[in-house]
Design a protein around this ligand. Structure first.
Ligand SMILES: *[C@@H]1O[C@H](CO)[C@@H](O)[C@H](O)[C@H]1NC(C)=O
Ligand SMILES: *[C@@H]1O[C@H](CO)[C@@H](O)[C@H](O)[C@H]1NC(C)=O
Ligand SMILES: *[C@@H]1O[C@H](CO)[C@@H](O)[C@H](O)[C@H]1NC(C)=O
Length: 407
């Protein structure tokens, strides 16, 4: 049942003078006859989405009053472009990273630097795709579907094969020597997979991976958040039969996926409604999902450490206005039809984002939280990998990798 609105929400809405002006302006603009608004030409249909109450989540979030991430380092600045996912092979070489220009690259040490390790399509060309720093900007958007965008990386430690979730080319695999990756799963139920995002490998060889939306691709991912649509899925690819199966559907921006140490369950993030979820694979609750934690911001990938604990990368924070908007689709429907560039509209409802990374144990309790409140070092995190006393922190939108010693 869809709740239309609450008076309390309206009150809060009107406390902000610019909102009143906007609401007045809406009278003429709602129709957006010239398709000038950010959503002009799109089939933009906001739906209600349940997100935990803002005040409650923020009150209970432990935070990091020492802002420890502010003491991290930025490495490989402007040498590496939007490294969303980071991985190390069985020999400990790496990091390997999936870049905004479509390549999977690997660090070969100071002398050799970064080398191209794998490509997700034969069509990749240096001329079209390798745009350096521009590849993390909107200049890449037009070519991104041709060049690829590897978002999730995992080595099979036994075979040395690297599995890749690519936003345009689905699930692929490449051998230990690299090269052009082979597609494994590009369709499910006869329809193309629009937005593969992350994966993990089950001990029996099956691969769990997320498909973020049936409606919007990666370039348009912002509209998934705005619309609140929940057509995302958790999929499973079974190598023996070469078939892909829908494990969960109706998810709101499913993003990172990580199996537990004993593979009895997996965790996945739902970015739109700011939460970390658990899916049981074995045991009495097998096949069911449950909430692990509501988060203060928008989560991306989840990665396990040696103790079987889970690092979650979070772009912080949610805002009160965002909560009101996500609960009231009609507001978003009007607001985002204003003929004002999206970046201004988004700025008014959002806030300056900063980085939070959080460590959860198997019971879903928070073990540690590190933040960079001033945004000194880290911006927009996508993944945290813990190896040998160090955290490696990826980002989808910036040109560096952040590191910090840990614990
Ligand atoms: C941070 O929080 C801890 C525990 O809540 C407190 O003991 C400590 O004094 C705080 N430190 C700062 C710098 O505020
Ligand atoms: C490569 O590009 C050609 C021409 O644009 C296109 O027809 C073909 O489908 C592309 N192949 C792949 C694997 O994307
Ligand atoms: C692997 O385990 C999963 C979870 O139990 C199951 O769904 C899948 O079919 C299994 N795959 C194979 C190849 O047996």
């Amino acid at each position: 049942m869809e709740k239309k609105f609450q008076y309390r929400d309206i009150d809060l809405f009107l406390q902000h003078p610019y909102w009143v002006l906007l609401v007045l302006a809406l009278g003429f603009l709602i129709m957006d006859p010239f398709e000038m608004s950010p959503v002009g030409g799109l089939d933009f249909r906001p739906v209600r989405n349940d997100v935990a109450p803002f005040d409650q989540v923020m009150k209970n979030w432990p935070g990091d009053n020492r802002s420890r991430l502010g003491q991290g380092n930025l490495e490989f600045v402007d040498e590496i472009f939007g490294p969303e996912s980071l991985e190390f092979d069985a020999l400990g070489r790496g990091p390997y990273a999936g870049l905004a220009d479509g390549r999977v690259v690997r660090w070969m040490g100071k002398d050799e630097g970064w080398e191209t390790f794998a490509l997700v399509t034969r069509n990749w060309s240096e001329k079209v795709c390798a745009r350096g720093k521009d590849s993390t900007t909107s200049k890449q958007w037009k070519v991104e579907p041709d060049c690829g965008r590897p978002l999730g990386l995992r080595f099979d430690k036994e075979t040395g094969n690297l599995y890749i979730a690519d936003a345009y080319y689905g699930l692929l695999v490449v051998g230990p020597e690299g090269g052009i990756a082979t597609p494994l799963s590009t369709h499910v139920d006869g329809k193309p997979i629009l937005f593969a995002n992350d994966l993990d490998i089950h001990k029996n060889g099956s691969i769990f991976f997320t498909d973020t939306s049936k409606k919007y691709d990666r370039v348009r991912h912002f509209f998934i958040l705005l619309e609140g649509e929940s057509t995302g899925r958790l999929l499973r690819y079974d190598p023996p039969t070469k078939t892909t199966h829908v494990v969960l559907e109706g998810l709101a921006f499913p993003n990172g996926v990580q199996l537990s140490k004993d593979h009895t369950f997996l965790l996945y993030t739902e970015t739109t409604n700011c939460r970390l979820m658990k899916f049981w694979i074995e045991g009495p609750k097998s096949g069911t999902t449950e909430l692990v934690s509501n988060l203060p911001g928008f989560p991306d990938n989840v990665r396990i450490n040696e103790n079987g604990e889970f690092w979650v990368a979070i772009d912080c924070c949610r805002t009160k206005i965002q909560e009101i908007m996500i609960r009231n689709p009609w507001m978003r429907n009007m607001y985002f039809r204003l003929p004002i560039p999206m970046r201004y509209l988004a700025k008014m409802v959002g806030m300056r984002m900063y980085t939070v990374i959080s460590l959860f144990n198997e019971e879903g309790e928070i073990v540690d939280v590190l933040e960079d409140k001033q945004g000194k070092v880290m911006k927009l995190v996508s993944e945290v990998r813990e190896t040998n006393g160090k955290l490696w922190i990826g980002t989808v939108a910036h040109n560096h990798i952040a590191t910090i010693s840990y614990p």
